[in-house]
Write a protein that binds this ligand. Structure first.
Ligand code: KIV
Length: 272
């Protein structure tokens, strides 16, 4: 028997069962094999192959240019590395907004051609039918409400959502509709703590917060943000667990200096 057969893969029902649990759901993003393997070995519950890849890997200024092919590539290499965590693939801009058929075909590709177990889509009520059809097709869906990065131009920036009572009401209604449509969890991004608590109490599926305070059933961050690799801007809700960007720059500068001055390679790094 191989050692790996003892590893139990986390499933969609496992995540749903964590609703209200004192052991909150941990989630982070990954876009490549090594990072996914490290996260999986550390014991993360969910790995999101986020379309944030467009910003932190490809260098786009928003997530909007990210294509299906790019997301499939990232999901494939993450899926190959992961033995335990639930792998969720983010559906990129215009891969699900144009028609139900397009949405189902594109979502299905993440399960059929990559090794995702679920997809994530941004938005509420207007995607209820799509969520219903995806779930009927056997494609689990993670919802995403609050600040929707694919709508950045509509908001005019990455602004806090749900401060105004009518927007807060709409978000609460959207969460209930997504739940009725069959999502297995809902990401709540950059909304006030009290609204996130209200939504978390109102739905039976887990909420996973990013900038939504401590009342959610779980938390997610972009790995490159929490590692300090992506330091173009630092949202208030990001806690830096490392300063890898600073360390990497230091290492690169030292290497260049060592090469220029002949200090690398040394005898022990060379062959007789
Ligand atoms: O693309 C992403 O990384 C996301 C998270 C911010 C939730 O959607």
């Amino acid at each position: 028997m191989s050692i790996n057969s003892d590893i139990k893969k986390i499933t969609v029902p496992d995540i749903i069962a964590r609703k209200g649990s004192s052991r909150k759901i941990s989630a982070l993003t990954a876009y490549d094999f090594l990072m996914a393997e490290m996260l999986d070995e550390a014991g993360i519950d969910i790995i999101l192959v986020g379309d944030s890849a467009g910003m932190v890997v490809a260098g786009y200024s928003t997530t909007l240019p990210v294509s299906m092919e790019e997301m499939l590539y990232h999901t494939r290499i993450v899926g190959k590395a992961v033995k335990q965590a639930l792998v969720v693939a983010d559906m990129p801009f215009l891969s699900y907004q144009t028609s139900l058929e397009q949405g189902i075909l594109n979502a299905g590709r993440f399960l059929k051609e990559a090794e995702a177990q679920a997809v994530k889509i941004e938005g509420g009520e207007c995607y209820a039918m799509l969520v219903r059809r995806l779930v009927e097709t056997g494609i689990p869906v993670m919802g995403h409400l609050g600040l929707l990065p694919q709508s950045v131009h509509k908001y005019g920036g990455y602004k806090l959502q749900g401060k105004e009572p009518e927007i807060a009401e709409k978000l609460l209604r959207d969460a209930r509709i997504l739940e009725e449509s069959g999502v297995f969890s809902i990401v709540l991004e950059k909304i006030p703590v009290d609204l996130a608590r209200k939504i978390t109490q109102a739905v039976k599926v887990p909420t996973i917060g990013i900038g939504a305070g401590p009342a959610c059933d779980g938390q997610i961050l972009v790995s490159h943000d929490m590692l300090g690799i992506y330091d173009k801007f630092k949202p208030k809700f990001v806690r830096r667990y490392a300063e890898l960007g600073r360390e990497m720059r230091k290492a690169f500068r030292q290497y260049i200096k060592d090469v220029q001055t002949g200090h690398f390679p040394a005898a022990e790094e060379s062959f007789d």
